[in-house]
Unconditional design. Sequence first.
Length: 596
Amino acid sequence: MAVPYIDVQNLTKSFGAQILFKDISFSIAEGQRVGLIAQNGTGKSTLLSILTGKEGYDTGEIIFRRDLKTGYLEQSPQFDPNESVLEACFNHEGDPEMVLKAKQNLTQLKIADLQQPMGQLSGGQQKRVALANVLITEPDFLILDEPTNHLDLEMIEWLEGFLRRGNKTLLMVTHDRFFLDRVCNLILELDNQTIYTYRGNYAYYLEKRQERIDNLRAEVARANNLYRTELEWMRRMPQARGHKARYREEAFYELEKVAKQRIEERQMRLKASNVYIGSKIFECQYVSKSFHATESQHEKIILKDFYYNFARFEKMGIGGGNGTGKSTVIKLLLGEVKPDGGRFDIGETVRFGYFAQEGLQFREDQKVIDIIKDIAEYIDLGRGRHMTASQFLQYFLFTPEQQHNFVYKLSGGEKRKLHLCTILMRNPNFLVLDEPTNDLDIQTLQVLEAYLQDFPGCVIVVSHDRYFTDKVVDHLLVFKGEGGIQDFPGNYTQYREWQTMKERESDKETTTAPKKEKKDYRNDTRRRLSYKEKREFEQLEKDIAALEEEQKRIEEALCGGTVSVEEITKMSKRLPLLKEELDEKSMRWLELSEYE
C-alpha cells in the first residue's frame, strides 16, 4: 500500500477552555483533492497552520511522507513592501524557466506591472501574487486557504482548470461551492470537534451529510425515549443502586450524553413582512464616470451615458472582471463617489443597508450581543411577530455562548458575519452587498441565501461566487470594462449557458462562412427588427412582466399559509408551467434584443 502524503493521528487543539478539535484522524493520498468544510471559528485555518508547522498542537501526531515538497497559501499573506512583484513571486536562484512560469501565472491572475513594489498593491492583489508564488514551485502537496478570494470569475475558472490538470494533491479551505464541486474528490467536514470524511465532491457531501444528520436525529430521538424511562428508574430506585444495578447507572450516563446532543440545523426561515418599499426605487440617468489618466495608466472608463431603471423587488447581481468598476458603481449609487455626468434619482422610501468589502471596525472589548442590542433590542417581523437580538444572532449561527464572547475572541469570518448582522438588524429595505461571501463559512452562506430569497425588498449583490449568485439573483449586469455592460435577465448559470451558445454559433459561422477580404464593418448596416418582430418584442416585455408578477403572487401565497388546500394544489401545478413559459419568453426576448 502506498504511503500517504500526510497522515494525521488523534490530533487535539484547544485555546484555553475552548476545544477546537479532539482526537481527529485523517490521511491524504497522492492525487486526492480535499476540501475542508467547517463553520467560522471552529478551527479550519488553525488546522492548516498546524499542518504547515506555523502553529503548535496539544496532542497527536502528524506524519508527512519523506522528502514531500509542500506549498502553502495563507489567508492573509505578508510581504516586504519594498520588493517588486517579481522579486516577491520569484526566489528560485534565477532559473529562467521558473521566471517564465512566474510571469505566465501572474498574467493569468491579472498582475501586469511586475516591477511594482508590493507595498503599492491592494490586499487582493497581494493574495494573487502569493497564489502565483505557490503554484510556480510545483509542490507535491498544495495547502490553500481561501484561494478564490479576490479572484474574478475568469481567474477562478482558470484556477479550476489548473488544479484539475494532472495528478495534483491538495487540501484547501474555500467557501466557493462551485469550486469545491468541480475541483475536489474528497471532503473533510470539521463539526462538533470531530472530523467526518466524504469520498466525493461537494454534491456528494451534501447528500451524505444529510444522511448523517438524519441518522443522528433518529439516534438522538431513540436515546431521548430511553433516557426518559431510565431517568424515571434513577429517581425511583435510589436504594437499589447495589452491585447489580451499577452497570445500569453507568449506562444511563452514557445514554444521557447521546440524548443531550444538539443538532445545529437551521430549519426556520426568517420572513419579514413589514419591510415596505415604494414603487419608485432608483433611476440611473445617463451616468458617466471615469478616472483620469496618470503617467503609467490610460484613462479608465467605468460608465458612459449609462441608463437603468431599477424595478421594485428586483434582485440584481453585478459581475465582471476585477478593476472593471463594480464597486465604484455601488459607491456612485450610495453617493460616496460623484459621477462626472448624469445622476441617480432615488425613491423617497428607499433605506439602504450597505455591506462593504472593507468591513466594520469593532471595539475589541465589546461583547457580540451588546453590539447588536446597541442597534435594536428586536426586529419587527410584522403580523405581531418579532425576533429578539439574541434570536437574530442565533439564526445567523452565533450560539448563546458565542454571543457573550468579546470581539477579540472572534475569528476573521465571525467578525465579518457580525458586521453583516449589524447591517440586517437595522431592517433596511434595499440591501447592497459587496462581495458578501468572502470569509463566510458555507453554513452561514446557506442561511444568508435563505434570508435574501425571502427578503421583501430590493437587493444588489456584487459577487464572484457563482453558487451564491445562482441562488439569490434574477438579473445580471456584467461589466466588460471600458464602460461596456451586458444586461442579462437571469442568473450566472443561465448567463454562462447563453454565452456558450453564442460562442458556438460564432464558431460555426466562422468555420462555415467563405473567407472574405478583411474590411471595416463599423459603417455596415446591421440587421434590424422587422415591424412584426418589433411588435412581438414589445408584447414579450408585457408578457414577461405579467408572468413575473403572477409568479411572485403565487410564491407569496404559498409562503403565507392563508390559502386552502385546493388552492395550494392548483398553484403548485401552475408554478412549474409558469416558470417554463417565463424561461421560453425570456430567451426569445433575449434573441430579439440583439437587434433592437
